[in-house]
Design a protein around this ligand. Structure first.
Ligand code: SAM
Length: 195
C-alpha cells in the first residue's frame, strides 16, 4: 500500500495546508529556508522560499532547512520523501504508514527522530480554511538532522517523540540542554559507555 492516498483520493486535491500553529511550534516560517511544494496561491508563508507546482520543486535544488508536507498522491510521495532523505535537513509531515517501502527506506533508515501525533490533524484548504474533517489517517513528523530532532522534541506538539539515531544525536551535540541530557543520564545510570 502506498504511504498516503487519503487526501487526494477523497477530495481530489493535493492542496492540504499545514496549520500555522504547527509551523509556529517548529520555529515558524522564517526558520525554514525552503518549502519545495507550496500552493500556487498561499494564504501564509511556510518558509523563506517556496517552490510551487509551476516550478516543480522536485526538479529544483533544495537548500537549508526544508519544510516538507508533500503532495499525498500515491505515485509521487516516494520521490518527495526520497529527496528529503537525501537532503537530510529539515522536517517532513506525512501519514504514519509505517509499514510501507517508502517509510522504511526514507524514514526508518534515514530520519533522526519522529513525532507521532496524538489525534488526527485538521489541514487547511487552499483558501486557508481549516478542514471540518480530520486528515483521515495518523500523521507523523520526521526530523532529518540533529538540530531538527531537537526542535521536534521541544515543539510541544502533542504526541510520542521517538529518537531514531541516538548515538549520532548524542555525540553530535557539543552543548546539551534538552531531552538529550535526560537520555544521557539514563544511559549513564545503565552503565553505558558515554564519552
Ligand atoms: C499537501 S500540500 C502542502 C502545501 C504546503 N507545503 C504546506 O505545508 O502547507 C502539497 C502541495 O504541493 C504542491 N505540489 C504538487 N506538485 C508539486 C510539484 N511538482 N512542485 C511543487 N509543488 C507541488 C501542491 O500544489 C500542494 O500545494
Amino acid at each position: 500500500m502506498p504511504i498516503g492516498s487519503h487526501h487526494s483520493a477523497a477530495a481530489g486535491t493535493d492542496v492540504w495546508l499545514t496549520p500555522p500553529a504547527i509551523l509556529a511550534a517548529l520555529g515558524g516560517a522564517e526558520s525554514f529556508d525552503l518549502d519545495p511544494c507550496a500552493p500556487l496561491d498561499r494564504p501564509w508563508d511556510m518558509a523563506r522560499q517556496h517552490y510551487t507546482i509551476a516550478d516543480n520543486g522536485l526538479a529544483r535544488p533544495w537548500h537549508g532547512r526544508v519544510w516538507l508536507n508533500p503532495p499525498y498522491s500515491n505515485n509521487v510521495i516516494g520521490r518527495w520523501m526520497g529527496r528529503m532523505a537525501e537532503h537530510a535537513h529539515g522536517i517532513a509531515l506525512i501519514f504514519a504508514r509505517t509499514e510501507t517501502q517508502v517509510f522504511h527506506e526514507c524514514v526508518w533508515r534515514a530520519a533522526d527522530a519522529l513525532l507521532f501525533m496524538e489525534r488526527r490533524l485538521h489541514f487547511h484548504d487552499a483558501a486557508g480554511t481549516r478542514a471540518k474533517a480530520n486528515a483521515g489517517a495518523p500523521s507523523v513528523f520526521c526530523a532529518y538532522g540533529a538540530d531538527d530532532a531537537d526542535r521536534l522534541a521541544a515543539s510541544g506538539i502533542p504526541g510520542a517523540f521517538v529518537p531514531l539515531r541516538l548515538r549520532s544525536l548524542i555525540f553530535g551535540f557539543a552543548s546539551v540542554g534538552s531531552w538529550v541530557d535526560e537520555v544521557l543520564k539514563v544511559m549513564q545510570r545503565a552503565g553505558a559507555a558515554v564519552r
